[in-house]
Design a protein around this ligand. Structure first.
Ligand SMILES: C[S@@+](CC[C@H](N)C(=O)[O-])C[C@H]1O[C@@H](n2cnc3c(N)ncnc32)[C@H](O)[C@@H]1O
Length: 360
């Protein structure tokens, strides 16, 4: 990898392309097949020889072939059984043994331990015109919110499988769907940002004549893609800043009970936990007015407020918080130190002490 933020990709040599007979056997004539050359620099830079590269949307096995060409092993999941069979045949012709599980995460198991996730996501609205799309086929999803939720679930499973410090790289493009701009790449970045730490983004340019955009259907002009590079890092909160914020909350008259790992850390010191806490859990009174007073106070102190990753602003109905269990309030101080408060309800119901007992 060099330091440029954009690259013009070199087309694959004929021996690495999807063979014509396999392309003909695909119901969409290989429509979604990517380039091996698109994946190779990422394999080289974000994994080491011998490590395993995983593609959760492995399609025709392009990423797994790139992994093998770079001396890595690979594995994947693919929801369409016919595509998975084509990928296996393509890889076998190269002498590559990379297991592909038929199905989608989180329902199927990732075939082997993995070190890097590298993938191109199926674009929303591209449609799967064949009859009998498999359940969970994201090309067949008509609801954008459900599509993003499915991506969230899939990358959540990826995150669980990756070791600490490993990278998750996903490629996508902003689209026009039925005449309307759809910021798919930015939304994917937001989904990944809830699970991983953003590292960088590269613009991949394809040297081919851009296709004209049409208002009639889903369109990409197929001239570029963004590669979004994220890393799995368990971020820990800054103990001093968090303690300072909790004291400021008390001084402003807010009632709360602190429980969970941050409370144990404060009470017993660093030896109580294997690593510093990732958040501070607070139990609040079941009182909508007090809740909103606190949310306005946090908002003024430049906290970002989210319910399961979705940004929210006060006023908030107490039922919404109850449905989501907790609201996350997060900010960084001037030195970049993290304060992350997870606010739940139930003070006075013994919930905090119950949860403390459960997590002990
Ligand atoms: C962009 S294509 C991948 C092509 C692949 N990068 C290649 O070049 O060989 C996306 C693939 O994701 C598959 N897919 C769609 N929904 C899925 C899901 N929920 N789980 C796993 N695969 C899925 C589609 O069948 C399609 O083959």
């Amino acid at each position: 990898m060099d330091s440029r933020s954009w690259w013009v990709l070199t087309p694959d040599p004929p021996e690495h392309r999807l063979p014509e007979d396999l392309r003909q056997r695909d119901g969409l004539a290989g429509r979604d097949c990517g380039w091996v050359n698109q994946m190779r620099p990422f394999v080289r830079h974000f994994s080491r020889p011998g490590q395993c590269v995983f593609d959760p949307f492995c399609g025709f096995g392009t990423t797994l072939l790139a992994a093998a060409l770079e001396g890595r092993s690979g594995c994947g999941t693919e929801i369409d059984p016919d595509r998975a069979a084509l990928a296996r045949e393509r890889l076998a012709r190269h002498g590559v043994d990379a297991p592909i599980a038929v199905g989608g995460l989180p329902q199927v198991e990732i075939p082997r331990p993995i070190d890097l996730c590298l993938t191109s996501v199926p674009y929303f609205g591209c449609r799967w015109p064949q009859a009998g799309a498999s359940a969970g086929q994201l090309y067949d999803e008509r609801d954008y919110a459900a599509y993003l939720q499915a991506l969230r679930d899939i990358f959540h499973a990826v995150r669980k499988a990756l070791p600490e410090g490993a990278f998750c790289i996903a490629m996508a493009e902003n689209l026009v769907v039925e005449g309307r701009m759809l910021p798919l790449a930015w939304d994917l970045g937001r989904v990944l940002g809830e699970l991983f730490v953003a590292r960088e983004e590269r613009l991949l340019c394809y040297e081919r004549d851009a296709e004209p955009l049409s208002a009639a259907s889903t369109r990409s002009n197929r001239s570029h893609e963004y590669a979004l590079v994220f890393q799995k890092i368990a971020e820990t909160v800054c103990l001093d800043s968090t303690r300072g914020e909790l004291e400021a909350m008390r001084a402003a008259g807010f009632e709360y009970t602190l429980y969970g790992s941050f409370a144990r850390w404060l009470e017993h010191g660093p030896q109580a936990l294997p690593r510093p806490p990732a958040d501070a859990d607070l139990c609040l009174p079941d009182d909508e007015a007090e809740l909103n007073r606190l949310l306005y106070w946090l908002h003024e102190r430049h906290y970002e407020l989210t319910l399961w990753g979705e940004p929210v602003r006060p006023p908030l109905r107490i039922e919404r918080l109850a449905q989501h269990w907790y609201l996350r309030a997060q900010r960084r101080d001037r030195l970049g130190r993290l304060v992350r408060l997870d606010l739940g309800l139930g003070l006075g119901l013994g919930l905090a002490s119950q949860q403390q007992a459960d997590s002990a």
